[in-house]
Design a binder for this molecule. Structure first.
Ligand code: CMP
Length: 139
């Protein structure tokens, strides 16, 4: 099991100046931010990142949204990081997210849901490699 996961603070979060508040929730949950970069995702990057959803009706909207403003890409480290971060994020739909989770606290809707986190160790490795060189990860 890897102790890393990949995280994105999405454009709805950067637009509302929430990166510090979200990072505080991440750190209070015991996850360490071992790499972080603020970027504007290109359309090609977003299309590749969300390729698994390319047949879904919301794919176009998702790519439009993820390229609509700055995002913060991160590598988080901690024991069971993938599962732990999914707990901390809360359900994809903020209406179903538990109290105290990032999406309950900050998300606007299912699409504008403030954060992304990897759903498996394998995807964590693939997603981290899309945005970071190993030398950029300092933990
Ligand atoms: P994320 O974890 O980034 O992975 C896929 C994203 O698709 C998900 O978060 C949501 O933001 C988005 N998504 C999932 N379902 C829907 C939906 N029904 N409508 C719009 N966006 C969705």
């Amino acid at each position: 099991m890897t102790d890393r996961t990949f995280s994105i603070l999405k454009p709805d979060a950067t637009a509302r100046n929430l990166t510090g508040k979200i990072n505080a929730v991440i750190e209070e949950a015991g996850l360490r931010i071992v790499a972080q970069r603020r970027i504007r995702m290109s359309r090609a990057q977003a299309e590749k990142f969300y390729e698994v959803h390319s047949e879904r009706p919301f794919y176009g909207e998702l790519v439009d949204f993820m390229t609509s403003g700055p995002v913060v890409v991160q590598v988080l480290k901690g024991e069971g990081a993938v599962a732990r971060y999914r707990e901390v994020m809360g359900a994809t739909n903020p209406a179903q997210a538990a109290d105290g989770t990032i999406r309950k606290l900050f998300a606007v809707s299912m699409g504008e849901n403030s954060v992304h986190g990897s759903d498996s160790d394998e995807n964590a490795r693939i997603e981290i490699a899309q945005f970071f060189d190993e030398a950029d990860i300092v933990g």
